[in-house]
Design a protein around this ligand. Structure first.
Ligand code: FAD
Ligand code: N01
Length: 564
């Protein structure tokens, strides 16, 4: 008989990952407890309550597929659901599957230590709890550790400072205020049009302009919702075969962007622009992320759109990205972002030309000017992919912490596990497709895979599961091969850790595509989990990883590569 504090699994985090993990394990008869720092479920959608926050993968797609009744009964109001609705959805999931009774809220996991004698993890929290579990599953989120930048004088600011990733629950009314927003990523693109409507004056501090595409969001009419629900099986099947795990993206144009004649290219881009969002542009052309010339062609189209939307030519030029290729930083999806800059109360400050000197009590001082502000919004992003894990002292075999092992960048097999940390799973960890996909598809795939491993272990009466040390360099080499084929490695993006001073410059997510990744995982399982050791015994992974990826490359791209 297990005592109260002993579980088969401790799951950290109650976002999309932790909730489904708990439900899945319960269904298989495992005992599990979720530990969550917040006072409720939701993860990303609990914390990011800034005005305008919403998903950028269509709601019907950005939702769980594991329960048919759930997907049929839940009603999404908009093409891109707003944050409160996604939070309500996750609260509904928690209630529907009676999950809260196994979730401990307002508790932060501080330490997880592997005991090689008992073959169990000891997990301790800031509330003084200590749990023992065979498995420790990190559903801590890729974008959950917010980045409070180290800008001189930040603590001297006399007004309120808000972080988009840690927004007050009661909301903020900026009426009558002068507001400064630092950052121009997705969070700023979504929030600034609403802040501009309230504030007396809004100053947006831009270090790097991003590629931004209109959302064309709308309220989904009942007939459209019904039609989508009727074809849910097809939508989900398409997502499994989509390189980004999404069932609703526009099909790829079957000719390379570099090969289309000008009229056809312009017409195709207009068609995609009219659909908007990631839906219209992710995977638009097989060469888009592989060939700088293809990217440049699409970028020129985007630049013209900015010139059309922003009336002041000087401001428009400042907003046109340069120095990184489209997609190599996450595409932003907007509703009225560029139109912001046509308002009299909005000003853009180009930090490349005039960097921030310091923050003072009265505002933000650049090399040229003091921009007075009553409120400061930090839309400065996250210590992505590794940040939340690094904050936990995770000690594996030999007592080394995971953060120490990852000092020069994350080392994993499949982005799922790290050698020396048996029975520790990372849901959408670094080295998995994660943030390059519809995250819910990736989360479901990982949760199902982890549950499969745990079931196999139970059947065999095995105690310890971990990657063979040789599996990691092979996986990293394959990851790098995939990333080096793209334009992504050249950008100073959070994918590369470039937004956090001192963070190693490594391309963290797996870019070989969701189907290739899934196939690799499945083949590994079919081969008795080659590349992993079960109770110290395992076969090396003899799978041709590059071949899995190349096999799914579009024909037109292979032909062009061969011709070159
Ligand atoms: P999270 O939702 O981040 O949940 C992790 C949880 O773990 C958090 O609640 C956190 O409090 C908890 N936690 C972390 N460390 C500890 C600890 N030590 N102890 C206890 N608890 C801990 N992805 C998409 O695919 N499409 C989108 O449209 C999209 N929109 C996004 C919009 C925003 C504003 C942001 C920030 C991200 C968006 N993402 C999107 C990515 C999003 O993070 C994922 O889609 C998804 O919500 C991640 O779920 P998760 O459960 O893995 O992690
Ligand atoms: O963060 P970001 P985000 N001084 O890192 C700037 C998801 N998401 O929260 O680019 C001055 O993209 C930084 O500048 P630079 C989505 O995956 C989705 O907006 O580093 N500026 C950048 O402009 C997204 O990609 C949605 O030069 C500083 C900005 O702050 C991810 O979350 C909505 C600075 C940060 O942009 C992160 O998005 C929101 C400094 N010291 C988030 N430090 C959807 O639309 C940073 N910056 C669904």
């Amino acid at each position: 008989m297990m005592s109260d504090r002993e579980y088969d699994a401790i799951i950290v985090g109650a976002g999309f990952a932790g909730l489904y993990m708990l439900h899945k394990l319960r269904g298989l008869g495992f005992t599990a407890r979720v530990i969550e720092a917040a006072d409720d479920v939701g993860g990303t959608w609990y914390w990011n309550r800034y005005p305008g926050a919403r998903c950028d993968i269509e709601s019907f797609d950005y939702s769980y597929s594991f329960d048919e009744d759930l997907q049929q009964e839940w009603e999404w109001s908009e093409r891109y659901a707003p944050q409160p609705e996604i939070l309500r959805y996750l609260q509904h999931v928690a209630e529907r599957f009676d999950l809260r009774r196994d979730i401990q809220f307002e508790t932060r996991v501080e330490r997880a230590s592997w005991n090689d004698d008992t073959k169990r993890w000891t997990i301790t929290t800031d509330a003084g709890d200590s749990f023992s579990a065979q498995y420790c599953i990190m559903g801590t989120g890729c974008l959950s550790s917010f980045n409070r930048p180290d800008i001189a004088g930040l603590d001297d600011f006399a007004g309120r400072v808000y972080l988009t990733g840690h927004w007050p629950h009661e909301g903020v009314d900026f009426t009558g205020q002068r507001v400064a927003v630092i950052g121009t990523g997705s969070s700023a693109v979504q929030s600034t049009p609403i802040i501009a409507e309230q504030a007396d004056q809004l100053t947006i501090f831009q270090r790097t302009p991003n590629y931004v595409v209109p959302a064309h969001n709308y309220e989904v009419p009942a007939e459209e919702a019904q039609a989508i629900k009727q074809s849910y099986a097809e939508l989900r099947a398409t997502a499994q075969e989509s390189s980004v795990g999404s069932g609703r993206t526009l099909p790829r144009t079957p000719v390379l962007a570099t090969k289309l004649d000008e009229d056809t290219f312009q017409a195709d881009m207009e068609r995609r622009w009219a659909v908007g969002g990631l839906v219209g542009f992710v995977g638009a052309y097989a060469d888009l992320i592989m060939d700088p010339a293809a990217a440049q062609r699409v970028e020129a189209f985007f630049a013209d759109k900015i010139r059309e939307r922003v009336k002041d030519p000087e401001t428009a030029e400042k907003l046109i990205p340069s120095g990184h290729h489209i997609m190599s930083k996450r595409l932003c999806v907007d509703t009225g972002y560029y139109e912001n800059f046509n308002r009299d109360n909005v000003e853009l400050v180009d930090l490349k030309a005039t960097p921030i000197d310091r923050i003072e009590a009265g505002g933000v001082r650049t090399s040229e000017h003091l921009y007075e502000a009553d409120a400061l919004v930090l839309a400065t992003g996250f210590d992505a992919m590794t940040g939340a894990l690094d904050k936990i002292e995770i000690r594996g075999k030999g007592n080394q912490t995971l953060a120490e092992k990852w000092e020069s960048g994350p080392i994993t097999f499949l982005g799922l596990m790290s050698a020396g940390y048996p029975n520790l799973f990372l849901v959408t960890g670094p080295g998995s497709p994660s943030v390059l996909t519809n995250m819910v598809s990736s989360i479901e795939q990982h949760v199902d895979y982890i549950a499969g491993i745990m079931s196999m272990m139970r059947e065999r009466g095995a105690q310890e599961f971990e990657p063979l040390p040789a599996s990691e360099p092979a996986w990293i080499t394959h990851n790098n091969t995939a990333a080096e084929m793209t334009t992504y490695m050249q950008a100073n993006s959070w994918y590369m850790g470039a937004n956090i001073p001192g963070k190693p410059s490594i391309f963290m997510p797996y870019i070989g595509g969701f189907p290739a990744y899934r196939n690799i995982c499945d083949e590994i399982a079919d081969k008795g989990y080659c590349g992993f050791a079960i109770d110290g015994e395992g076969q090396p992974c003899d799978i041709d990883l590059d071949d899995h990826m190349m096999r799914l490359m579009p024909e037109e791209l292979i032909e062009a590569m061969e011709a070159a």
